[in-house]
Write a protein that binds this ligand. Structure first.
Ligand code: SDX
Length: 433
């Protein structure tokens, strides 16, 4: 439930000899926002904020970030506690419903998911028909929007029952679709979920299992994946979540809105960075592991190389998720008996960057993508599937944000602009051009 302090605070904008008061909104964590709703009507002016670095798109009660202090809360619970004590499905329930589930609520939620998680007839043929050369994120987006064709359009009606069922279907099918895309790359047919297993266990079975054979997930892998999915579950108004919200604001259905979010997440500056990080670390390893050379390249304005997995629009301190993943790297690789040389290269890069004025002055720290790929790789997940894993984690956050936007009756998102093109001019016949 949204908590806004009613302090009747205002700010004044002066234009010429006129002053215009605007109300200030104070959030439950004391963030301040100027409500410029009446700005254009009162002054004829719009604001301009490339990349929305200073612009709040909405009020939201789902996730709170403090970029200066490196704080991340889902519905008031710290990411550190949730990563250590909760299951991914509990966190998914929390994000969508606002409270951690009781035992009964969790059991019935899990039953609801299992009742909807069988991949529809024809899904395998649809996935097989896509070109093998397609990136898994393209396949994931295409298959997600195709779900609107596999299920009745009448389910798009925005009623609590139909929204709940669609969310269960999407959450239930999504892991199977991700696994089917992986198996297509391995030349294998998709497997249906094994509902004797939990959500992560069933995903692992659909990834690595064999038809007709019982699959027992490795508890170390299951626990590691559960933690990674929680850490990726939501992150307030990031690029892909903002995409889901704005597409949903046109009342496009949930499948279409999430499919759009998947394509936004694919970008190398966003979720695609986790794949780029491993490719970068491999490149540095192949180049002899000279991290100082690559730090110089990252600082060189004439070199378009960036230290992937570093920097963040909001975190100007440590990304708390990166801290947890870095710690998990050491323990998971040790438990699995894996010695991955790129882990040391990553640590050396981090050490060098955190002691370098260029990175310190720009407050560039490791973000969620810097170490995650090392764990995915240790779990046997191929590099081109890393961003699919990010999407798997982010799905409940996307659904929660989409639902909050629709429940709030938000208007269609339609930003304004400042036009800088040609002023009015008469048409010129082609012979006179
Ligand atoms: C995610 O928003 C979210 O919450 C996203 C996310 C989520 O959970 O949804 O947290 C997930 O997307 C994490 C970010 C993953 N992306 C990367 O790791 C790609 C590498 N990082 C960047 O490209 C960059 O840091 C961004 C895109 C993350 C943030 O970019 P900004 O906020 O627009 O900052 P900027 O590009 O304007 O950079 C500011 C300065 C510039 O230098 P100057 O012009 O001031 O001299 O910092 C430099 C940049 O050149 N810089 C980097 C750098 N990142 C920024 N220089 C070298 N290496 C980098 N990685």
């Amino acid at each position: 439930m949204s908590k806004i302090a009613e302090l009747n605070e205002t700010v004044e904008l002066r234009i010429g000899d006129k002053s215009f008061p605007f109300p200030v909104i104070t959030g439950s964590e004391n963030e301040k926002g100027i409500d410029i709703g009446p700005l254009r009507a009162q002054t004829g002016y719009v604001t301009l904020d490339s990349g929305y670095k200073n612009t709040g798109a909405c009020k939201s009660a789902i996730t709170f970030l403090d970029g200066e202090l490196g704080i991340l809360h889902y519905r008031g619970y710290s990411i550190e506690e949730l990563a250590e004590k909760a299951s991914f499905i509990e966190v998914a329930y929390l994000l969508v419903n606002g409270e951690l589930p009781t035992k009964e609520q969790l059991n019935s939620h899990v039953l609801g998911l299992k009742a909807q998680n069988a991949l529809p007839e024809g899904m395998g043929a649809f996935i097989n028909a896509m070109p093998k050369s397609m990136h898994p994120m393209a396949m994931l987006s295409a298959t997600t929007v195709a779900l609107s064709g596999f299920y009745p359009a009448s389910d798009d009606d925005y009623t609590p029952e139909k929204v709940a069922r669609t969310m269960d279907r999407l959450m239930g099918n999504f892991s199977g679709i991700a696994a089917a895309i992986y198996r297509k790359g391995q030349g294998e047919q998709l497997l249906q979920p094994d509902n004797r297993l939990d959500y992560v266990g069933s995903f692992l079975q659909m990834m690595y299992g064999a038809l007709g054979k019982e699959y027992t997930p490795d508890p170390i892998v299951n626990e590691a994946l559960n933690t990674l999915l929680i850490l990726h579950a939501d992150h307030e108004q990031n690029c892909s979540t903002s995409t889901v919200r704005i597409v949903g604001s046109s009342h496009a259905n949930l499948y279409a809105s999430v499919a759009a979010g998947i394509t936004a997440l694919w970008g190398p500056l966003h979720g695609g960075a986790n794949q780029e990080v491993i490719e970068m670390l491999e490149q540095i390893k192949a180049d002899g592991g000279d991290t100082a050379k690559w730090i110089l390249k990252a600082k060189d304005k004439d070199d378009d190389f960036r230290l992937m997995g570093f920097g963040h629009r909001v975190y100007k301190n440590f990304d708390p998720r990166a801290r947890i993943i870095k710690k998990a790297c050491d323990s998971i690789l040790a438990k699995l008996g894996i010695n991955d040389p790129v882990l040391q290269i990553a640590k050396d890069l981090e050490e060098a960057a955190l002691n370098d004025e260029y990175f310190k002055s720009r407050k560039l720290y490791p973000n969620v993508d810097f170490y995650s790929g090392i764990i995915y790789r240790a779990l046997g997940i191929p590099t081109e599937m890393f961003t699919v894993m990010f999407a798997l984690g982010r799905l409940p956050g996307w659904m929660a944000q989409w639902k909050e936007m629709r429940d709030g009756g938000e208007p269609i998102g339609r930003p304004r602009q400042i036009y800088t093109g040609e002023t009015s001019r008469p048409f010129v016949a082609i012979e006179h051009r």
